[in-house]
Every structure is written in structure tokens, then in C-alpha cells.
Design a binder for this molecule. Sequence first.
Ligand code: GDP
Ligand code: IMO
Ligand code: MG
Length: 427
Amino acid sequence: MPALVLLGAQWGDEGKGKATDLLGGSVDYVVRYQGGNNAGHTVVVGDQKYALHLLPSGILSPGCTPVIGNGVVVDPAVLLSELSGLDERGVDTSKLLISGNAHLITPYHTTLDKVSERFLGKRKIGTTGRGIGPAYADKINRVGIRVQDLFDESILRQKVEAALDHKNQVLAKLYNRRAIAVDQVVEELLGYADPLSGYVADTTLLLNNAIDQGQVVLFEGGQGTLLDVDHGTYPFVTSSNPTAGGACTGTGVGPTKINRVIGILKAYTTRVGAGPFPTELLDEDGEKLRTIGGERGVTTGRDRRCGWFDAVIARYATRVNGLTDFFLTKLDVLTGWERIPVCVAYEIDGKRVEELPYSQTDFHHAKPIYETLPGWSEDITQAKTFDELPKNAQKYVQALEEMSGAPISAIGVGPGRDETIQINSFL
Ligand code: GDP
Ligand code: IMO
Ligand code: MG
């Protein structure tokens, strides 16, 4: 089983960090393939809690090599501070590898992210303000700066000039902001060359060789399927492809080399930022899910919007990612509800719809059709096997599996590594 993808099946924050960390001990490489420090992955190891943003969650497993692939956007200041934060806590970060082709997030990207959101007013996306969209826009516009540019001052200067020529006009004339000086940006970026030089590598060559030699490579997605710029709830999405195909373009490993695609699926649904969310709860149940589930953003500290499980979305994630397995997380959070509604289909303009509509207008009109399942009150955090779960918790999992279109191969019953019921092995 040399290569597997682990990704978010909903709107992010499904528990990808925990799932990746759990597998980290048995894989050779953990590779981030898209996104940047908009991600917030919480990993709990014993009594230690880590919040990772840009670094792959595999960095906490000593035998594993963490890789930042070409599809990621890298804020070098954030990267260095995350590395030093882990160094201070005694985590060995020396094995990290970064693709020279990954694009950089510069201070002007972060500025543009914030001012363009403000400009959108009530139409804003609710981005994380980390410069993600502007950095990817520059990549596609072919005016981006890549990690490798840090090591050639003349190329770096030319590229910063080309980028700022246009941006300074926009900043000054449209947003009424001060222009940004080329020298200042070049100087700051050059300062990152030395501290980062030891990490930069031809990660595509290395990962393909590793897979050919039978080593195990895990691709760790950021965000989630419904935040995908192509397959998500556009325009309320991030600017990259968290879906499975992104693992190929974001690392240079071909699809024929990937054998397994695991969707991380929360036992209910959450979303941060703006955009449609059919099962959102604006009542006491929503508040209860937020409190019990600790649903507060790791990156921005914003409260997460909460709602019941949505099987239409889960089926969609199975389809667009070709999922082979699900890892169902946070089942323990649902303990204590007498009855648990699950959205099985939508009603759109009076018609029952089983699949996610491609039309934004239809999705905005979608009303959830619920089936209600019986709950359980027993503490499940100590359960180690499926049989140890209360009967109604078993039935809940089985019902979700039937509706979602792929086997549930693991169940999270708490944030810790050990608080997991493994049903089928992932490796
Ligand atoms: P990610 O962005 O997908 O990595 O998810 P986040 O880290 O943003 O949010 C998931 C939160 O749920 C984190 O605080 C995890 O520690 C926690 N978590 C993960 N799995 C479980 C679980 O099975 N049960 C409980 N109670 N918490 C979990
Ligand atoms: P992890 O990896 C949840 C959301 C933002 C906003 C939209 C666009 O922890 O699951 P961006 O800054 O990417 O341009 O914002 O995407 N978003 C996330 N929501 N989890 C994340 O990451 C997210 N990363 C971005 O809230 O709605
Ligand atoms: Mg998160």
C-alpha cells in the first residue's frame, strides 16, 4: 500500500490532523499538497496539544519525513515561526523537505486578502486573511514568487517588481492604501533564503522514487471537499483543490500510484466563514454541538457554524474523490442526545433531491430532509472495538455508512491518538 490520500470530506476541520498523526507512525512520508497556513490541524499526543498550520501533521512522528509539496502556498515567516515553536518543544523538525516549486505568500498577499474582503462588504467570503487567495491568483496569473526564487536575487527582484507594478496601482487607486516598496519586499524575502535553504528539495523526484521503492507515502489534505475551488460551494471556497486530484497536481505523483483515498468525516457538520450550509442549526442544538465539540477555529479563533450530519454531502465527497474509506470522527460528541437527526436528501423547490445539485441557486434553496435515529447516553470514549459501542451508536455508524457510499474504516471517540476504533486497516 505505497500511497494514500487523507482529505476532508466536508467543509474542513473534520479531524484530519488527528487522523494523519495516527498514521504517521506507520508511514515514511507525510505530504501537504495544497492550501497553506489557512489550515489549522490540532493533534493531541498524550498530554501535549499541537496546533499545526503549514507543517504536515507527520512532523510529530519521529520516523516520518514531512514534505511541503509544490501545490502548497508557503508563508516563510509563518513557516519559520512554526518550526521554532516545535523546536522549543523538543520536536525534531530537521527532516522537513520543501518543494522549490511551491509558491510564496508575501506580505502584499496578506494585505490584499484583508483589503479585498473589506471591499466585498456583506458579500465577503470570510477568508482566514492569510493571503491564500491572492497568492494562488498570482500563481495562475504567472506573476507568483516561488521558493526557489529566494536563491537568485536578480530573478527575485524582477519578479517582485513585476508583481508590485500592478498591485501598487490597485492598492493605491482602488483600496486607497500606501504602495509597497520593492526593496523592502526583496530584502525581507532574501532574509528567508539562509534559514530555508537546507529544507528545499526536488520533492517530486524524491516522492516518486520512494513510492517505486515500496515506501509508504501519505498525502495530507488541508480544508475539505466542499471548500474545493472546482468542486466546492463556489465562490464560498478556498483557492486550491483539497479533493483527491489535488494530491497529484500538488506533488507531481501520478494517479496510478495512489491506491487509497480516505475521507475524514465528522459525525455532524461544521463550517467556518460564509456560504450555504443546509443542515446548519441556529438553535440550542447548534450551541450544544459547538460547546461539546469545542468547535472554535484553530487558525482564526472564530466560532464554527454547526449542524447535523449531511449524507448528501458525504455521498458527493465519495464521488468526487473516489473515496475508498471513511474515518468518522467525533462520534463521542453526539453522546447524550436522545434522538439524532441525519439529513438524507434535500427538498429543492418542492422536489426531493438525492444528490448535491451543481447549481448554486438550487443549493441555496436546499432544505434538509431528516431521518431521526435513536441516540445513546453511555460514555464511548473508552471503546476500543466496534462491539464495545452501545447498540444505538453502532446503528448510527452503520446508517451513515450505508448513506455515504464507502466503508467507515475507523471511528474517532476522542481527540487523542488512542481514542480511535480501527475497523479496517488503512495500510
Ligand atoms: P482538521 O483541520 O481537520 O485537522 O481538524 P481541527 O483540528 O481543526 O478540528 C478537529 C478538532 O477535533 C480538534 O480539536 C481535534 O483535536 C478534535 N478531534 C479529532 N477527532 C476527534 C474525536 O474523534 N473526538 C473528539 N472529541 N475530538 C476529536
Ligand atoms: P483545515 O485544514 C475550515 C475557509 C475560510 C473561508 C474559506 C476561504 O483546518 O480544515 P481562505 O483563507 O482559504 O481563502 O478562506 O475557506 N477555510 C477553512 N475552513 N478549515 C480550514 O482548514 C479552512 N481553510 C480555509 O473560513 O470560509
Ligand atoms: Mg482545522
